[in-house]
Design a protein around this ligand. Structure first.
Ligand code: GDP
Length: 315
């Protein structure tokens, strides 16, 4: 792997995990820090579930269900079936082995450990050597105000299938939640900061809503590169495009670049979006175009190398 910059990546769930998987094969583990969204965290059956942290951790541990992009491969759902017998809501799919993670996390949190400490413990036990940090140790909940009322992001996304019209995204706790230890430092100390292809509003937007994070990105001498999660005007997966248009933001790679334009040095977008290059450049951001769809492991590694090359050209 040779000489390599210290990298800090900002991440949501599945889209981010794919790029981080690619990065993990070209960046030594001790040089890679991942700051993960916790706005989607929720309590189910009395347990603290941190979906994005788990997706990133399971991916780096080689445990993830590759087909779904979340959960543990070959997991069973016996516990959930029994919970259903007892009349509990089971729309959020939690496998048996996955539940062990949530039980372990909840037990540690109840005995006074911080989420960042629990995350470090889980990583160590699963053999993940990269540093994974939750964006905050404190309460933060992404709530969606829709035409059918205000609900937690998971209820909007998973229970109701993102069918309601989004009027506003509420970052509950953003005023008070402090960044977890290491969040600001890893942005300030990194040579390269990568914004993964994640939902810009509810995955990256939440991290940016944490006090001091946006300022750190503006002040850090790191090269800051983002990969667009919007390809040809649509999300590869999930409701990012729909949410953007319902909030009056045109769903395009250009709009994503605009959301990050106050600190971004370079923007990687898909070749189908090549016609937008001049407009993105007009924001004062370098642009690089490539195939950004990560269908295979080779795609992930190729995109990771491409992003690092783009970053090195910004120095
Ligand atoms: P998730 O819904 O929890 O996976 O949340 P994320 O915010 O991490 O990911 C969702 C975003 O990632 C969506 O906007 C997708 O369009 C984007 N995404 C997923 N896979 C890919 C990919 O292979 N390439 C690119 N460019 N974007 C992707």
């Amino acid at each position: 792997m040779g000489e390599c910059d210290t990298i800090t990546a900002l991440a949501g769930g599945v889209g981010a995990a794919k790029l981080i998987d690619g990065l993990s094969s070209v960046v030594p583990a001790e040089k890679l820090t991942v700051i993960v969204n916790t706005g989607d965290d929720c309590e189910f059956h009395g347990l603290r579930v941190s979906p994005d942290l788990d997706i990133v951790t399971y991916t780096l541990a080689g445990l993830v269900d590759e087909e779904k992009g979340w959960g543990i491969k070959n997991d069973t759902f016996n516990c959930l079936q029994m919970l259903e017998v007892y009349g509990h809501e089971t729309w959020f799919k939690l496998g048996d082995r996955d539940l062990a993670t949530h039980i372990h996390r909840t037990m540690m949190l109840r005995s006074g450990y911080k989420l960042s400490e629990v995350t470090r413990d889980i990583c160590a036990r699963l053999g993940v050597r990269q540093r994974i940090i939750p964006m905050t140790d404190e309460y933060f909940a992404t709530k969606i105000r829709t035409d059918k009322g205000t609900m937690h992001f998971q209820e909007y996304l998973v229970k109701r299938g993102s069918l309601d019209v989004v009027r506003e995204i509420v970052y509950e706790g953003a005023e008070s939640a402090k960044p977890a230890p290491g969040v600001i430092e890893s942005i300030m100390d990194a040579e390269t900061v990568i914004l993964c292809p994640s939902n810009p509003l509810v995955s990256i937007g939440t991290i940016l809503a944490i006090r001091g994070v946006r300022e750190a990105l503006r002040e850090s001498n790191a090269v800051k590169v983002a990969v667009s999660p919007i390809v040809g005007g649509a999300a590869v997966k999930g409701p990012a495009d729909k949410m953007m248009s319902q909030l009056g933001i045109e769903p395009s790679a250009l709009s994503v670049a605009k959301l990050y334009s106050d600190f971004l040095d370079a923007f990687v977008m898909d070749e189908v979006d090549a016609p937008l290059v001049q407009e993105v450049k007009g924001l004062g951001i370098r642009v690089a175009v490539t195939n950004t769809l990560m269908r295979t492991r080779e795609d992930r590694i190729r995109l990771a190398k491409f992003v690092l090359e783009v970053a090195s050209k910004c120095k």
